[in-house]
Design a protein around this ligand. Structure first.
Ligand SMILES: NC(=O)c1ccc[n+]([C@@H]2O[C@H](COP(=O)([O-])OP(=O)(O)OC[C@H]3O[C@@H](n4cnc5c(N)ncnc54)[C@H](O)[C@@H]3O)[C@@H](O)[C@H]2O)c1
Ligand SMILES: [Zn+2]
Ligand SMILES: [Zn+2]
Length: 365
């Protein structure tokens, strides 16, 4: 029997989000219904509400979630009811040209649920990033459920589902930062601070955090930054060069998604260094660089989609590091809120007051 539960939708461009009844179908072949315990509020949810992603309103928002599998459809073998899972938006297909070449972290045909969740009048909902998890129960493709150790705080581990994985992976997977490297991270929100944390875990020895907000820089010190630069008062390119013997950092992570910060990243890296763009730009943004500098500075200019992660490989590993006290995932959780507080959480995100607000569903553990 389909179930009716409470969920948070964005009905129209720019309109405040609403808590409404959502109808969740029984899982079909390859699908799972997950009881959501927690779901973080990510910048991308706000982009959806503002119509910045596409016009497929109404959206069922939320996508950084931890929960418990309630039921699985026919043919599902990798998860069973009762499993503790983090939801991912990279359920790899195994068939596309990226998967067939052994690079599933680029999978170009990731799986989502086939059936749609609806409003009670039958209107189909578009789930954010193919998940939709500001809802008591959600329907996903079974491959979107990554099993993790049950005794970890869901509010913390759920954040691996998007922003924290994107930042950590930008450093560790895309940037391939190694022991002894120098790293600079421009923009230290949830994503950038996870990039800082990743640099510490793999043994970077100089980790420079750059932001325009001192509160974010304070947080960065706790995640492992060895130096901080407030770029509203100091030229970040000069500062990063002077902290790296006049040369620039081996790897610079751009976690804002703006042309001016990308240009800073480009010039703040050493010769033959790497720039990783993990911040998401808007369609109108452009960048102009002297082609001679692109050639003459060498190295690599890369983009990082979801931290080039493979959820089945990376989520359990990061949960282990968290449980061992080597990666402070809990420090990304600034506040725990109710399902009715998402709109207010968007305001706090806008003001820079939080790394992450996390919705805790009533009745969850
Ligand atoms: N590539 C991916 O797969 C992926 C996944 C999730 C999020 N993202 C993107 O990553 C970016 C960051 O996300 P977030 O959740 O950390 O957002 P956030 O709003 O929490 O953090 C952004 C940070 O950038 C800082 N900032 C703003 N302007 C700056 C400037 N000119 N110089 C330096 N710092 C500046 C802000 O003070 C803030 O600390 C967004 O663009 C988001 O869409 C990408
Ligand atoms: Zn694939
Ligand atoms: Zn996100």
């Amino acid at each position: 029997m389909p179930q009716t539960v409470q969920g948070v939708i964005a009905r129209a461009k720019g309109a405040p989000v609403e808590v409404v009844d959502v109808v969740v179908p029984d899982p079909g072949p390859g699908e799972a219904v997950v009881r959501v315990d927690t779901c973080g509020v990510c910048h991308t949810d706000l982009h959806y509400r503002e119509g910045g992603i596409n016009d497929d309103f109404p959206f069922l928002l939320g996508h950084e979630a931890a929960g418990t599998v309630e039921a699985v459809g026919p043919g599902v073998t990798d998860v069973v009811p009762g499993d503790h899972v983090v939801l991912n938006w990279r359920a790899v297909c195994g068939q596309c040209r990226a998967c067939l070449r052994g690079r599933p972290w680029y999978c170009f045909a990731t799986h989502n649920a086939t059936q749609r969740m609806t409003l009670t009048d039958g209107t189909e909902l578009t789930p954010a990033l193919g998940i939709g998890a500001f809802v008591e129960k959600t329907l996903v493709a079974a491959g979107q459920c990554t099993k993790v150790h049950p005794d970890a705080d869901p509010a913390a581990v759920g954040l691996l589902g998007c922003g924290v994985m994107a930042g950590f992976g930008a450093t560790v997977n895309t940037g391939a930062v190694a022991r002894g490297d120098s790293v600079a991270v421009i923009g230290c929100g949830g994503v950038g601070n996870a990039a800082v944390a990743g640099a510490r875990v793999v043994g970077a020895t100089t980790i420079i955090a750059v932001d325009v907000d001192d509160r974010k820089l304070e947080a960065a010190k706790n995640f492992g930054a060895t130096h901080t630069v407030n770029s509203s008062t100091e030229d970040p390119v000069e500062a990063i060069r002077s902290l790296t013997g006049g040369h620039g950092a081996d790897v610079v992570i751009e976690a804002v998604g703006r042309p001016e910060t990308y240009e800073q990243a480009f010039y703040a890296r050493d010769l033959a260094g790497t720039v990783v763009l993990v911040g998401v730009p808007t369609p109108d943004q452009k960048i102009t660089l002297p082609l001679l500098d692109v050639f003459g500075r060498g190295g690599a200019l890369k983009s990082s989609w979801y931290g080039d992660c493979l959820p089945s490989r990376d989520f359990p590993m990061l949960v282990d590091l968290y449980r061992q006290g080597r990666f402070d995932l809990g420090a990304f959780v600034t506040e725990r809120i109710g399902i009715g507080d998402v709109e207010e959480a968007f305001d706090k995100m806008h003001q820079g007051d939080v790394l992450r607000s996390v919705v805790v569903m009533e009745g969850s553990g």
